[in-house]
Design a protein around this ligand. Structure first.
Ligand code: OOG
Ligand code: NI
Length: 272
């Protein structure tokens, strides 16, 4: 599989789940902008056959290289940033939940999900947009996970796929700041993640980011209960050059900590 094929499949799956992303994409194209992806992000559990260590070989096979690890103690996550084989391709951010740090009840729920995974499916790159590799959980189990980790609850129903694509604001002509991009997105009637402020980061940390509030969809839980749940979101990033003239390639943990909340309907609507 070529990198272009990989991202085409990933994008198709992502926009099917996230109609707002196609709308935003098309709105900027209509205004004459070229869409280049800064990065794409994935979420997983550090349990069963889909751990970060088990998924990483797919990225390495596509030519990605490990760049830098990140740790999010409060959210019980660890992550890695990966650099693409060529500059026109997006970076990748892959995080995993530290399941050991959850209650035994939550761990039992997660083990029940990852225990259903067909390990053969994890051996192909298609696993990166396979979605749920287990039966839908009950709404009760979803809420139990939500009480401890919004990330765990989200992953239990959405599964493996692009959690977000990120537009590179550096490649925009008219909308040349994250603020201008967010104003345009808002003018389409879409919500912005205000957790930690609309714009995370600054030129001083060499990265500014903003994101939408995740799209919403109806989900059928085990037993047939239907509830509206958050799906995926879209991000916008502007990178700056360090004093040595090189464009910053990393992520900023303090900003990422707030970007994660784009799927959290409880907090991200309000600044905090
Ligand atoms: C990833 C959040 C972090 C960034 O650009 O800092 C991130 C997630 O929500 O899974 O993407
Ligand atoms: Ni991101």
């Amino acid at each position: 599989m070529t990198l272009d094929q990989f991202f085409a499949k990933l994008w198709n799956d992502y926009t099917a789940m996230t109609p707002q992303a196609q709308r935003i994409h098309d709105a900027f194209v209509a205004d004459g902008e070229a869409i280049i992806n800064d990065h794409v992000a994935f979420r997983t559990f550090d349990r069963g056959p889909i751990t970060l260590a088990n998924l990483e070989p797919h990225l390495l096979a596509l030519g990605y290289t490990r760049f830098e690890p990140y740790d999010f103690a409060a959210k019980k996550l660890r992550a890695y940033g990966y650099l693409p084989p060529s500059e026109e391709q997006p970076r990748i951010f892959l995080s995993e939940l530290k399941c050991d740090e959850l209650s035994t009840t939550a761990q039992r729920i997660i083990d029940g999900l990852v225990g259903q995974i067909d390990a053969a499916r994890v051996g192909t790159p298609e696993v990166m947009w396979a979605g749920r590799l287990w039966d839908a959980p009950s709404f009760e189990d979803y809420q139990t996970l939500m009480d401890e980790s919004e990330y765990a609850a989200w992953l239990s129903i959405i599964g493996l796929r692009a959690n977000h694509f990120t537009i590179s604001v550096n490649h925009f002509q008219t909308y040349d700041s994250v603020e201008k991009v967010l104003d345009k997105v808002e003018s389409l009637g879409l919500g912005i993640n205000a957790s930690g402020g609309r714009i995370k980061g600054s030129p001083e940390v060499l990265l500014e980011q903003g994101s939408t509030l995740a799209d919403r969809a109806e989900f059928t839980f085990a037993g047939g209960q239907v509830e509206e749940i958050p799906t995926c979101y879209y991000e916008f990033a502007k990178r700056y050059r360090a004093s040595d003239g090189r464009l910053y390639q990393g992520f900023v943990a303090a900003s990422a900590d707030k970007i994660f909340e784009s799927t959290d309907v409880r907090g991200a609507r309000h600044a905090g």
